[in-house]
Design a protein around this ligand. Sequence first.
Ligand code: PXG
Length: 462
Amino acid sequence: MPSNPATHNQTKHWQALDAAHHIHPFTETQALNKKGVRVITKADGIYVWDSEGHRLIDGMSGLWCVNVGYGRKEIAQAAYDAMNELPYYNLFFQTTNPYATELAAKIASVTPAGLDRIMFANSGSEANDTALKLIRYYWNLQGKPQKKIHISREYAYHGVTMAAASLSGLTPMHPQFDLPLAGFEKVPTVYWYGFGGDKDPNAYGLEVARKLEEKILELGPDRVASFSAEPVHGAGGLMFPPDSYWPEIQRICKKYDVLLHLDEVITGFGRTGNWFGAQTFGIAPDIMTMAKGISSGYQPISAIALGPLMGNAIATANEELVHGFTWSGHPVACAVSLKNLEIIEREKLVERVRDDIGPYFQAKIRELASHPLVGEVRGIGLLGAIELVKDKKNRLFFPPDENVGTQCRNHCFSNGLVMRAIRDTMVLAPPMIVKRDEVDEIVRLARRCFDLTASDLGISTR
Ligand code: PXG
């Protein structure tokens, strides 16, 4: 029973409204309505509270986005100030606003060399949709209009608009909407623990990268516009490439004149211990998309950064670029993002992830490898994945319909820890301000929930 009946009544009220009027993303509506939705009412630091007064550690930074943590008063102040000064004006018809221009320059200063021209959108999906349009436009400008096929990877998550969902390689995202659209092709992804078998990881990395070459040759290089990928898979299961993978991918893209589009929506703004995954993995993309960490989730905003090839072609085309959103470069979202990036720099949060809390977090989550349910622990910076398996010695996975990951995730929620289950991989991406004792607590709670899950399954933890 909740300690306070008044808050419980309020929860019931919200649950009833929600059930009557709200359709949730990626949710089975009937099942949720029967159970009653959880209402999150406040947040501070790395914690969130629900309407019943339960405190949870947010091990996922919302949806991988609240990099500077919750409750930053100076970001709220920046939003308030911008809203008073200039609540809205657009970037169309030869106008701009100071916040958007400053933010474009700021982003250009932290992206890898050459990615100097920025366009704004409002979500990761819109950024990726925009990226694909700009790629198509680039090839049209080059007089190669037949180069139109977009290749991406199985298990990729690039968002939900028609094009971004088509680019995504998570197949359950497609049938409800008759996707993917024509012109979207997939190659296998790099997931050594799941698919690499006994192979040496680097040999496996090369082998998988070369599937891209095979696909380009099969389709014809003169028809392939781009290859899109996240530096590391996020929502697809947090899979990390062996060292051999990205150099080979880049060699192939260069050889066949295929533009490399890097989706940094999760990996951007410090998560891997550098500003971008591109720097961590030595990737030089032609175009990069980013969202979440730009504003640490305090406002919806995303961006597309163009390298010299695309940037120069588009910036010197003698015609109007027929694309843009009402909210592109919204002054409040840009003011918030500028403050967020100022905090990341002032508090040296990227360096902290690289040199201090990142290595500490990685060492602590690896302690979980000794648990009988844990097959592999992998991660970098403040990204961590712990894969639950049926038989760790023989690398045997649970049947998907046992929903072991979901079971474990439910234990996590009940025990005060928000952890994401992707199939049976338990994922962590805590805010970049997380302290050492908070990491200890996250790992202690995770172990307890693995024990509870093992107990449900009748597996001994002694
Ligand atoms: N690219 C990547 C790599 C993402 O992770 C998007 C694009 C789309 O961004 P928008 O802003 O349109 O949602 C994402 C989003 C999850 C989860 O459960 C992950 C995302 C979104 C929702 C849920 O892991 N990533």
